[in-house]
Design a binder for this molecule. Structure first.
Ligand code: FAD
Ligand code: FES
Ligand code: FES
Length: 503
């Protein structure tokens, strides 16, 4: 049974098969057709809904999500808000009223999704007021496509909605709603910790022991976390997903543990939750997170899912490789640690045994003077997958490069480092000669593939150019290195030009 609230009303849905998406449940099961289906692959945002979950302060915290990729069973213990739930009688929600007044809709197909992303922005502003600048608007709306209105009126509506009288959707009058929703999340009477739902096989274990036991019993069952990759198998390849173990609510997989050496981040921590943790140690990683898919995806997708998926163009693995991350794998045999560099074996093949899962990822604290640069090349800035991703870590010591880590996505069957290119730079001044040697080595050791995102030649050229960009950035930041290893950072012409490259 899926026990949740929909627009303030409790719903108990029985006999829902494991592979049902939230969109299917809404449109086909509950007759709520305001939420639209465009692409069924997370790209258009027409199906955007808001999911409310109890936050630390006991209030419901809402995020936008793609209903087409969100497993219906993950609604259990949540408050789902759809476009049908926003108005109060005749009175529109400020997000809707502003869209009407700013002429933010033409054919209207994208509009319910856009309104729901505006609703989550509105809620976020209510909880954490902040200036609505361009970056914040792009962050909120980057996962919503509109083909006919154009984005200016939609942006105007976003900027205007805060000036309307406060929202009062009918459900907002239920002061106890957050408490009711929280109650649904408790294991039910007589329900063992590992029990889940009653149709096909969708199980939602709550702790590590339960997950280990389930993996031992059913090693062939698929794990699902955010579902933002896995669900495409159902919607795009029409495969059956009828035996699923949901790792999203496993307490240990949601923990973030800080140690002197770094952070153990639970595999089920979402990218949206991970991002603030990275702000201080790794701003370049945060910058990448803003380029990762869309707000809808980042609020559901997990770090463990991004790694286990083992895509050659996954965004976090190259960065984690550059930072020497370690995985904690777990299973019926107990935990073991494995450097991420030993995890990816071949195209979509990993070192995970059939009955194992990723429990956590260790992110080391940056060492003194360590630098990290991350560049993602994709065809669009918003909501697009990398053609090439480069993550470079190094430090400069007495004018030479040390601990050089050059990691790439999109340059081989797996995300990987480039040891020959690293060796060409290690212990060398960051000058043109050393970088030319590194670039030559890179061309030898990486064999990119050709696909719709880019040809092998494009990728090889782009990766080499990113190395050159690194050289120019180092020169701009530290000045050219002279024969005595000293810096001259008065090269203002280079510096001004290169400020444009900063991200
Ligand atoms: C529109 C769109 C845009 C995207 N953009 C990007 C992008 O910019 N960059 C990028 O890197 N990816 C992108 N993706 C891919 C996807 O969002 C990410 O890979 C995401 O991190 C997957 O995490 P998840 O929790 O949703 O994984 P799921 O889909 O739930 O699972 C993915 C795989 O990992 C396995 N798995 C999940 N958790 C575990 C675990 N703890 N242990 C072992 N196996 C596990 C599952 O069985 C499955 O095989 C995009 C996807 C879509 C639909
Ligand atoms: S239908 Fe396009 S994102 Fe869901
Ligand atoms: S109004 Fe037609 S797609 Fe946006």
């Amino acid at each position: 049974m899926i026990d949740f609230y929909l627009n303030g009303r409790r719903q108990r849905c029985r006999d829902v098969s494991a592979d049902t998406s939230t969109l299917e449940l809404l449109r086909e099961g509950l007759g709520q057709t305001g939420t639209k289906e465009g692409c069924a692959s997370g790209d258009c945002g027409a199906c955007t809904v808001a999911i409310g979950e109890p936050g630390e302060d006991g209030e419901l915290v809402y995020h936008n999500a793609n209903a087409c990729l969100t497993p219906a069973h993950q609604l259990d213990g949540c408050h789902l808000v759809t476009v049908e739930g926003l108005a109060s009688g005749e009175r529109l929600h400020p997000a809707q009223a502003a869209m009407v007044d700013c002429h933010g809709s033409q054919c209207g197909f994208c509009t319910p999704g856009i309104v729901m992303s505006l609703f989550t922005l509105y809620e976020d502003q209510r909880r954490r007021p902040a200036p609505l600048n361009q970056a914040r608007l792009e962050e909120a709306l980057g996962g919503n496509l509109c083909r006919c209105t154009g984005y200016r009126p939609i942006r105007d509506a976003a900027l205007a909605m805060g000036d309307y009288p406060a929202a009062d959707p009918a459900w907002a009058e239920d002061a106890g709603l957050a408490g009711h929703v929280a109650c649904l999340r408790q294991p039910r009477d007589g329900e063992p910790a590992a029990a889940g739902h009653d149709v096909s096989h969708y199980v939602t274990p709550r702790d590590l022991e339960a997950l280990r036991a389930l993996k031992a019993e059913r090693p062939d069952a698929r794990l699902v976390a955010g579902g933002t990759d896995l669900w495409l198998e159902a919607t795009q390849q029409l495969k059956a997903l009828d035996d699923l173990i949901d790792v999203r609510r496993v307490a240990e997989l949601n923990a973030i543990e800080e140690t002197e050496a770094g952070w153990w981040v639970g595999a089920s921590v979402t990218l949206a939750r991970l991002t603030p943790l990275l702000a201080e140690p790794y701003p370049a990683f945060v910058h990448l997170m803003h380029r990762f898919a869309s707000s809808q995806i980042r609020h559901r997708a997990t770090l463990g899912g991004n790694i286990a998926n083992a895509s050659p163009i996954g965004d976090t693995p190259p960065v984690l490789l550059a930072l020497d991350a370690i995985l904690r794998l777990d299973g019926p045999g107990g935990p073991r640690e494995l450097p991420l560099s030993d995890f990816f074996l071949d195209y979509r093949q990993t070192a995970l045994a059939d009955d194992e899962f990723i429990a956590a990822v260790f992110l080391p604290r940056p060492s003194a003077a360590q630098n990290l640069k991350v560049w993602k090349l994709s065809k669009r800035r918003e909501d697009d997958i990398s053609a090439v991703l480069a993550a470079f870590a190094w430090r400069l010591e007495d004018g030479v490069m040390r601990d050089v880590h050059l990691a790439f996505g999109g340059m081989a069957a797996v995300p990987r480092r480039a040891p020959a290119a690293e060796a060409a730079l290690e212990g060398r001044a960051p000058d043109a000669e050393a970088f030319a040697a590194a670039r030559a080595a890179l061309g030898e050791e990486l064999a990119p593939m050709s696909d719709v995102r880019g040809s092998a030649e494009y990728r090889r050229l782009a990766a080499g150019n990113l190395l050159e960009r690194l050289r120019l950035m180092i020169a701009a930041e530290h000045g050219p290195i002279d024969d005595n290893g000293a810096n001259d950072n008065n090269d203002s012409a280079t510096k001004v030009t290169l400020d444009a490259y900063a991200h």
